[in-house]
Ligand binder design. Structure first.
Ligand code: GLA
Length: 377
């Protein structure tokens, strides 16, 4: 059963009757521009087919009753928002808190998702954005994607304690159907970028999960802030490659390499969006490969599994480029592949990765889909 039907079925079984609203928030994959968003830089993500679905009905009190298919039931009171340990429901609670709580109305709902958890495809940002849409709908509030993204990021930063940037929440809320988006994370301007018809985006899940990702992530973020402070600029976005060279004698070697990654990745991302726009998929692929090397060697957020799957993918016929995607340390890689070779490409990556590691990877081929929305009201 698909996630949409699973949410609706669970709703009827648990609460009786039909849901008033069914809504969807997709996962995302980032094509290029990694660890640049919290440096006010550029990213090029797209929303993907895999999504979280919520079937819900407004209540006439301030109680939120949630069930997540396969993960149990959690209730909370909007008048007593206190942090708890239930991971998935905390995202919803954090969003209620970030939305101000007092004007919100309660609801009961069932959640189902086919976004793999912890794989770097943003299942947590998807639940946050879905929650902003659910609360806005039942509370008769206008839902604006950019505001929803900022609110969700605040929930993630302050309620969940994860100092993420804005990329995931913004693309999940505001993606344009059929397009990736070049996002300027300083202004939040989004420029839609069309993918040529003869290529496909293939997401390769290494079947390894991130460990220590939050502390490593925080550490990278701090390095970047330190480097920007030392250079006397608001964010690393404000440095050019020439400026970075001058930093080499002032900051330690690790900070220098991390800075070099961010500054070069910003330049790659802007160039990659232009290349895609003019249909130059070969150049785009080369930039993906450079991005991976920079994340691996300079920013040090890749992993053996990610390096291996990127290596395997890059060597196969039809692969224009491949790189790790998301925060790193495990999870997924993304490859741009000539459409006609996709079935053979997927078979070969899976067989070869399985052979070397004994792990079974998953592959998802996704079109760029629209951001979050209501599918039935
Ligand atoms: C995670 C964060 C994003 C971004 C990426 C790395 O997905 O949530 O804000 O920083 O890592 O590019």
């Amino acid at each position: 059963m698909n996630a949409r039907d699973a949410a609706i079925e669970d709703f009827s079984a648990r609460y009786g009757g039909d849901p008033e609203t069914v809504l969807r928030a997709p996962g995302r994959v980032n094509l290029i521009g990694e660890h640049t968003d919290y440096n006010d830089g550029f990213v090029l993500p797209m929303a993907i087919d895999q999504a979280i679905w919520v079937a819900l009905r407004k209540r006439d009190d301030r109680l939120v009753r949630l069930s997540s298919v396969g993960n149990g039931q959690v209730d909370f009171d909007l008048d007593a928002l206190v942090p708890d340990t239930d991971d998935w429901a905390e995202y919803v609670k954090g969003v209620a808190w970030a939305m101000g709580g007092s004007d919100l109305v309660g609801w009961e709902g069932s959640i189902a998702s086919d976004i793999p958890i912890g794989a770097g495809l943003s299942s947590s940002a998807a639940i946050e954005i879905a929650a902003t849409l659910a609360f806005a709908t039942v509370s008769d509030q206008h839902w604006d994607p950019v505001t929803a993204a900022r609110t969700s990021q605040r929930a993630e930063n302050e309620w969940m304690g994860m100092p993420c940037g804005i990329m995931d929440q913004l693309i999940i809320a505001a993606a344009a159907e059929g397009r990736a988006s070049l996002i300027d994370c300083r202004t939040l301007d989004m420029t839609p970028v069309r993918l040529p018809d003869d290529v496909a985006v293939v997401i390769l899940d290494t079947a390894t999960r991130r460990q220590l990702v939050e502390s490593e992530y925080e550490d990278r973020r701090k390095s970047c802030e330190l480097a920007a402070g030392t250079a006397g600029v608001p964010a690393l976005r404000d440095l050019s490659i020439d400026d970075v060279a001058q930093l080499s004698s002032i900051v330690d070697e690790t900070t220098f390499r991390r800075t070099r990654h961010v500054v070069s990745e910003n330049a790659r991302t802007i160039e990659a969006a232009a290349a895609l726009d003019r249909g130059d998929t070969a150049r785009f692929g080369t930039l993906m490969a450079e991005s991976h090397r920079s994340l691996r060697d300079d920013f040090e957020v890749s992993s053996e599994a990610l390096d291996l799957i990127v290596d395997i993918a890059s060597g196969l016929e039809g692969c224009l480029g491949a790189r790790m995607t998301g925060a790193g340390f495990g999870g997924c890689a993304v490859a741009l592949v000539a459409e006609s070779t996709v079935p053979a490409f997927v078979d070969e990556v899976i067989a070869s990765y399985e052979d070397t590691t004994g792990l079974t990877p998953s592959a998802y081929v996704s079109m760029p889909v629209a951001g979050a929305g209501i599918s039935r009201q």
